[in-house]
Write a protein that binds this ligand. Structure first.
Ligand SMILES: [Zn+2]
Length: 441
């Protein structure tokens, strides 16, 4: 029963991963088992409630807006503006284009084009989808003052018109909320998380981070205790983006494993066994989540077993990629399957590879030295990739090795936290867990 459950889980992991030899397909489905409420909201095909009265939806576009025709938006949180502005607001319904929305606001063709061009400068309008939201502010004469398009995850594209036109991408103002929960493993980690109200996607995170350290499928017998601290970003009542684990504690009989994930200040994952540091892994992207492990996996579509030569991190397009260790740039450019990539040589015959980039740091050239943590490029989806992510490899003597567990990459020992820092790290995490569990009752 437990085995079957895990088999199902692994297949889902495979479906979200791309497993191939060097030129293999790297595809990711952003959704994983137990998709977050945020993801469900974003991808909902249901038209969301519009702030405009229904009868306005049937009105033809052509006439320019007359005073009083447009209803003021009633959305709380809309920027305050001058009293004489006419406001209009609508959530995108299935099949609606921006031009159709603007027509429903009563804008003429020339102004619709002006607004579309402005917003289109920072957002691919073909990606407009149900759930996105348009807020318009118009002058009394019908000319546009401000157009704001809320796209995924609370990001706003804001175009200002008039004497000082501009288009800006505004990040959402998110509230970070930390939570903790405890659960006992019965048939599977997935089921245990689910029963305790913990995001089930963490089952995948745990499996990936433990890969090479502890075989969860074989070693879990049931009855183990699992405690997790995680954080969510919220915008109003919505969870935005993926929840992230900060700390996990797994009690297996007499043995206790603890994992501290990177927070905003660190790029290092650390695994502890009975309080002693067992393994540390420096991430090339701060706070990113592993989305595909190293090694042989059965391809979900073709059914063939293929090798994945690195690990994948899911991250937003444009997220900053950092060198995991110091070294010298040995390659910048495109390689089949890898797309735009950068390779750094850290010692004779030891390299790290960062692939599918959208951009490489322009200041870099081959032969140049970089330090650990230097910004080297941005996440993209170039090469054989269907969604933005970073493919990260560690290569030793021409062979890709497991990046999370192989310790031959120079610099790992240098950056190992000293004993005192390690104690602080683990004790801080434990304190937070205890506090949160006590608070939650
Ligand atoms: Zn990959």
């Amino acid at each position: 029963m437990r085995l079957r459950y895990w088999t199902a889980l692994i297949l889902v992991v495979c479906a979200g991963a791309v497993l191939t030899v060097r030129q293999e397909q790297e595809s990711h489905t952003p959704e994983e088992p137990g998709g977050t409420p945020a993801a469900q909201v974003q991808n909902s095909e249901e038209p969301l409630q519009s702030t405009a009265p229904d009868h306005e939806q049937e009105e033809p576009a052509a006439p320019p807006p007359a005073e009083g025709k447009l209803k003021a938006a009633e959305k709380p949180g809309l920027r305050p503006s001058d009293d004489d502005a006419v406001k209009w607001s609508r959530i995108v319904s299935p099949g609606e284009s921006l031009d159709m929305l603007l027509a429903k606001a009563g804008l003429g063709a020339a102004i619709r084009a002006q607004v579309s061009d402005a917003l289109g400068a920072e957002f691919d309008l073909r990606k407009l989808k149900p759930g996105h939201r348009l807020d318009l502010e118009l002058e009394q004469d019908g000319s546009p003052r401000m157009a704001t398009l809320e796209i995924d995850n609370g990001v706003n594209i804001q175009a200002a018109f008039g004497t000082a036109p501009s288009v800006k991408v505004l990040p959402p103002e998110l509230e970070t909320v930390r939570q903790a929960a405890e659960t006992e493993i019965g048939t599977s980690i997935y089921a245990a998380l689910d029963s305790a109200g913990i995001p089930t996607r963490f089952a995948t995170d745990l499996e990936l981070i433990f890969a090479g350290t502890l075989d969860l499928q074989r070693e879990l017998a049931g009855g183990e205790r699992l405690r997790i601290v995680w954080r969510e970003n919220r915008l109003d009542d919505r969870v935005i983006g993926d929840p992230m684990i900060d700390f996990a504690e797994l009690e297996m009989g007499e043995t206790r494993y603890e994992i501290v994930w990177p927070d905003d200040e660190s790029v290092r994952n650390s695994i502890f066994k009975d309080g002693q540091p067992l393994l540390a892994f420096d991430q090339p992207i701060r706070g990113a989540r592993l989305s595909s492990p190293f090694g042989l996996r059965k391809h979900p579509v073709h059914g063939s077993v293929r090798m994945h030569h690195g690990v994948d991190f899911s991250a937003e397009h444009g997220a900053t990629v950092q060198a995991t260790q110091s070294g010298r740039v040995s390659f910048i450019g495109r390689r089949s399957g890898y797309g735009m990539m950068i390779e750094i040589e850290h010692a004779q015959d030891i390299q790290t590879v960062y692939a599918h980039l959208s951009a490489v740091n322009e200041a870099l050239e081959v032969g140049q030295r970089v330090a650990a943590g230097d910004d080297i490029g941005n996440v993209g989806s170039t090469g054989t990739s269907t969604a933005p992510h970073l493919h990260y490899e560690v290569v030793v003597k021409g062979r890709a090795v497991p990046p999370l567990t192989d310790t031959r990459l120079p610099g790992l020992s240098d950056r190992k936290p000293n004993h005192r820092n390690t104690s602080v790290l683990i004790e801080t995490a434990r304190d937070q867990l205890a506090q949160l569990l006590a608070t939650d009752g």
